[in-house]
Design a protein around this ligand. Structure first.
Ligand SMILES: [Zn+2]
Length: 296
């Protein structure tokens, strides 16, 4: 039986929120089977909590913001991507403020923390959302499409007029190894010309060269340049994985996304949730078409 997993030890990730600029500390703890990924605001009276699922998405303007009755938790996507990448089904994520720390702008701080935490199987089957019919959201220019596939495969493409980005596309079969190696370390990016306007709107107050790949008209401002020649599309894939994790269950299907963002991906997630005829919930004795066995 393919079983659910949780973390073994509690681990802490600290830093600042990229949008608020405020200090933030997160503690990821083990949780019982069938409890899902539960975010808790430890700084608020009564410590309100929200379980990760499509109805918990509060907004998607600059980040994936989850929320409940009278509270929100922003910038959850890289943490959720790492938990999904590590195949963690159940965890409590305690946050001492309204936004998760951004770290270096990639999933690396979460990868380091989860590697330290370790993971263990639980005595309950892992339930997958298995795509059985095509689901598409968006228009000709900007869309996300899911089709049946034995495993989780993500194909992303982006098109920017900036000469250092241009057209990039990549396909990845997602498993813990490929996640850690290929998309987890890819950082978020932004354009210097947008910075003042964003700050005036109260967005990206904590953004800096420490947590964002910054481009001006001439090129990349970060000392040390890029981690991958196509780091930009890899970060889009990381964000897409985090956004799919909002389903609350691991997905088996092929995502093809063009010019995606959080808004588009959450539109797709809502459409999946509203299309019960296009997927089935399934547990497995053994995973068919699992790429890991061929790699081992
Ligand atoms: Zn991101």
């Amino acid at each position: 039986m393919v079983k659910q997993k949780t973390v073994i030890e509690a681990v802490v990730v600290s830093g600042i929120g990229v949008h608020s600029g405020d200090p933030a500390s997160v503690c990821i703890k083990p949780a019982p089977a069938d409890s899902g990924i539960r975010f808790v605001r430890t700084d608020l009276p009564g410590m309100p909590e929200v379980v990760t699922r499509p109805e918990a998405v509060h907004s998607t303007a600059q980040a994936t913001v989850l929320g409940g009755d009278g509270f929100t938790i922003a910038t959850t996507e890289h943490c959720l991507a790492a938990l999904a990448g590590f195949e963690i089904d159940n965890a409590v994520v305690e946050v001492d403020g309204g936004e998760l720390p951004i770290g270096d702008g990639s999933a690396q701080p979460w990868i380091d923390a989860l590697q330290k935490a370790g993971s263990a199987e639980q005595d309950a089957p892992r339930e997958f959302i298995v795509i059985t019919e095509r689901i598409v959201y968006g228009d000709d220019e900007t869309f996300a499409e899911l089709t049946p596939h034995d495993g989780l495969r993500i194909s992303c493409s982006i098109a920017f007029s900036h000469r250092r980005i241009g057209d990039q596309s990549l396909t990845l079969d997602v498993n813990p190894q490929s996640f850690r190696r290929e998309i987890g370390p890819a950082r978020t990016f932004g354009f210097l010309k947008d910075r003042e306007r964003a700050k005036a709107m109260g967005i990206g107050l904590g953004a800096s060269l420490d947590n964002t790949v910054v481009l001006d008209d001439a090129g990349i401002l970060n000392v040390g340049g890029l981690r991958f020649p196509d780091e930009f599309v890899r970060h889009k894939m990381l964000d897409a994985l985090g956004d799919l994790a909002v389903l609350g269950k691991p997905l088996r299907g092929h995502l093809q996304a063009r010019r995606s963002g959080h808004e588009l991906m959450q539109g797709l997630v809502r459409k999946i949730a509203a299309s019960p005829g296009s997927f089935r919930r399934e547990t497995f004795e053994e995973l068919p078409g699992d790429g890991r066995r061929q790699q081992a």
